[in-house]
Design a protein around this ligand. Sequence first.
Ligand SMILES: [Zn+2]
Length: 119
Amino acid sequence: MLISRHALLLIAASCVGAAALVGCTGQNASAPAASDQAADDWKTGLDEDTVRAFSKLSDADRPAALAQKVCPVSDKPLGSMGKPPKVTVEGRDVFLCCSGCEGDLKREPAKYLAKLKDQ
Ligand SMILES: [Zn+2]
């Protein structure tokens, strides 16, 4: 009788422990420090110049530019020549390494959009 009561207490204690752990994890996920960390995640693996260039993009544009990575006209990395200019051709937003590439993109949009689809 004594043994089984002891076992019950152990089970109850471990349940309380698990609940406390879950509650603690949930609190950490919504802490301001954790979201600040996530906001800077895009800088991982990028050099200083690229980070500076992409910092000038709006929060809405940055993920798309990061996903595109290279200029379809010059094949140079986006951000290698400052803030990547955004040009909309055929309903799609395209980021370029520099404004000098804009003329080429607008002359032959299909050619460069096809390159982006291959990525
Ligand atoms: Zn360019």
